[in-house]
Design a protein around this ligand. Sequence first.
Ligand SMILES: [Mg+2]
Length: 142
Amino acid sequence: MSTLNKILIVDDSHLIHQMYRLILTRYKNCAILDAMNGLEALDILSREGGIELILLDINMPIMNGVQFMEKIKADRLYKGIPIIVISTEGKEDDTMRALKLGAWGYVVKPFKPDVLHDLIEKVLAKKPSPLMAAGIKHLQAK
Ligand SMILES: [Mg+2]
């Protein structure tokens, strides 16, 4: 079993990267990789093995989160990597597309760190997606 959890942060805001790094400090055996858009993230994935979790923004230049997920889910090497979509309020359409593409979970900004902690713990413990349990149809109705 690997002792190092590799987490890839994909967001076009440097401030958000800093915030996630702060939230992730509790995971001592955690290597954090940073990408500013989907294209950078694909490049990192092609070079780095063993990424266990992707924290994904939706609204980004060059390649957005939905376009990134379309690529990832079509690639047998990467499609199994859990993705937590972290989107902004008012972008429900994009979030829903990402969920339909198979996001493991999602969080809406602004959020409390504990909300993200809970999801990360579940991903690293290889627990099933709460979205699968709730059913995306149920989420659509909200
Ligand atoms: Mg953004």
